[in-house]
Design a protein around this ligand. Structure first.
Ligand SMILES: C[S@@+](CC[C@H](N)C(=O)[O-])C[C@H]1O[C@@H](n2cnc3c(N)ncnc32)[C@H](O)[C@@H]1O
Length: 197
C-alpha cells in the first residue's frame, strides 16, 4: 500500500470516528454539515425531503437546522430507525405519491444522497446513476416549491453533466461542491440548485 492511499484511509477513518463521536448515524452527515457551513440552504422552519435517507445522518443534520418548527421527511428502500421530530417513508422514491405528504407539500428543499449499488464498471454505474437522477428530478418537479432548493449527489462525469443540464434549466443558480469529508478517492460530487423557477 502506497503512502497516498494510507493517508486517504486515515482521513476516511477520522471523519467516520468524528461523525460517531458527534452522535451521527453516518459519515455522510459531516458532508451535509460542510455544505451547510458554506451555502446555508437549510434554514429554521423549513420543510426538507431527504431522498435515500437511511441510516439517517442527513435527516439528523436537517432536523438540527430546521428546528422545532421545521419538518423533515426521509424516504428509503431500507427501514430506518426513528429520529425524534422527523418522519420516514419506507419505499422507493419511484413510488412516491402526493398523498404520502399529507399537509406538508410543497417542500422548501429536496436532498438526495442516493447512489445505485456500485459495480465498479464505470459505464454501468454512470447509467444507473443517471436513471436514479431522473427519479430525483421527477420528485423535484412534483414536490418542491417555486423558489426552493436542492442538493444532489452525483458522480463526476456523465451523471454530473446530466444533473447540471437539469439544474441549469430549472433553477436560477447552480453550484458544485466536493466536501472535505467526502472520501478523496471517491468521485462523488454534490450539485446544488438554488431558487426553483
Ligand atoms: C449513501 S446512503 C444515504 C446516507 C444518508 N444520507 C445518511 O446520511 O445517512 C444512500 C441510500 O439511498 C437509498 N436508495 C437508493 N435507491 C433508492 C430508491 N430508489 N428509493 C429510495 N432509497 C434509495 C439506499 O437504500 C441507501 O440507504
Amino acid at each position: 500500500m502506497g503512502k497516498k492511499s494510507k493517508s486517504n484511509y486515515r482521513d476516511g477513518d477520522s471523519f467516520s470516528r468524528r461523525a460517531k463521536l458527534e452522535g451521527y448515524r453516518s459519515r455522510s452527515a459531516l458532508k451535509l454539515k460542510e455544505l451547510q457551513k458554506k451555502d446555508h440552504l437549510i434554514k429554521k422552519g423549513m420543510s426538507v425531503l431527504d431522498l435515500g435517507s437511511f441510516p439517517g445522518g442527513w435527516s439528523q443534520v436537517s432536523k438540527e437546522f430546521v428546528g422545532k418548527t421545521g419538518k423533515v421527511v426521509g424516504v428509503d428502500l431500507q427501514e430506518m430507525k426513528a429520529i425524534e421530530g422527523t418522519s420516514f417513508i419506507h419505499k422507493s422514491i419511484i413510488d412516491l405519491e402526493t398523498k404520502d405528504f399529507d399537509g406538508i407539500l410543497p417542500f422548501d428543499i429536496v436532498l438526495s444522497d442516493m447512489a445505485p449499488n456500485i459495480s465498479g464498471i464505470q459505464d454501468r454505474d454512470n447509467a444507473q446513476m443517471i436513471n436514479l437522477l431522473d427519479k430525483v428530478e421527477h420528485s423535484i418537479e412534483n414536490f418542491l416549491k417555486t423558489g426552493g432548493s436542492t442538493i444532489i449527489k452525483v458522480f463526476q462525469g456523465d451523471s454530473l453533466d446530466h444533473a447540471k443540464m437539469f439544474i441549469k434549466d430549472h433553477f436560477l443558480e447552480v453550484k458544485i461542491r466536493k466536501p472535505n469529508s467526502s472520501r478523496p478517492n471517491s468521485n462523488e460530487t454534490y450539485i446544488l440548485g438554488i431558487n426553483l423557477k
